[in-house]
Design a binder for this molecule. Structure first.
Ligand code: FES
Length: 177
């Protein structure tokens, strides 16, 4: 490096990149606004999705009837209510089940919903010892086996017996046929 070049370099002022007052204000105000907006909006989002984040109870049983009222070999229809929470909608719809004891004393409960198109079946209505659907004439055996029209057997409820009462749980595919 020549002497002349050295002198030029030594006298060049170092340029520092400084933020202008306008930029500083823009960043500060932008940050503060974003912070306040986040504080206001995040709780609203949390409130809106809260029911979706809650764990579902699942597998809960409902007390339906005294065990002594369940007949052997003859289904009886029992009604009961279930407590439902579907996100923001809470309801207690009435359900029905056809409950009986088989020859071994085992209690089982069938859903009354026809597996054809969902009408409500009845026991012993037009045909003896069968479930019959009034809509399109599906027939089922006492165990819920589909004999005509319907493509599948009647569903079952999960059953448990405790302290002399029958409790019903979730609806599951038929396990008897
Ligand atoms: S809905 Fe039951 S036979 Fe069609």
């Amino acid at each position: 490096m020549s002497n002349h070049e050295y002198q030029e370099t030594a006298h060049t002022p170092v340029k520092r990149k400084e933020m202008s007052r306008r930029q500083f204000l823009a960043y500060t105000l932008g940050g503060a606004t974003a912070f306040m907006a986040g504080g206001a909006v995040l709780p609203m989002i949390r409130f809106a999705v809260d029911p979706l984040l809650e764990k579902r109870a699942g597998g809960s049983f409902v007390k339906v009837v005294e065990e002594s009222k369940v007949k052997v070999g003859e289904p009886t229809e029992f009604k009961f209510k279930i407590h439902q929470v579907d996100a923001w909608y809470v309801s207690d719809p009435e359900q029905a089940a056809w409950i009986m004891k088989d020859d071994n004393g085992k209690i089982f409960a069938l859903s009354p919903v026809c597996k054809h198109l969902g009408c409500t079946i009845g026991w012993n209505t037009t045909t003896a010892n069968q479930y019959v659907c009034p809509c399109h004439g599906a027939h089922y055996t006492v165990d819920g086996k589909n004999l005509s029209v319907a493509p599948a057997p009647l569903d079952e409820y999960q059953v448990k017996v405790e302290n002399g009462f029958v409790y019903l749980g979730d609806i599951i595919p038929n396990t008897r046929v």
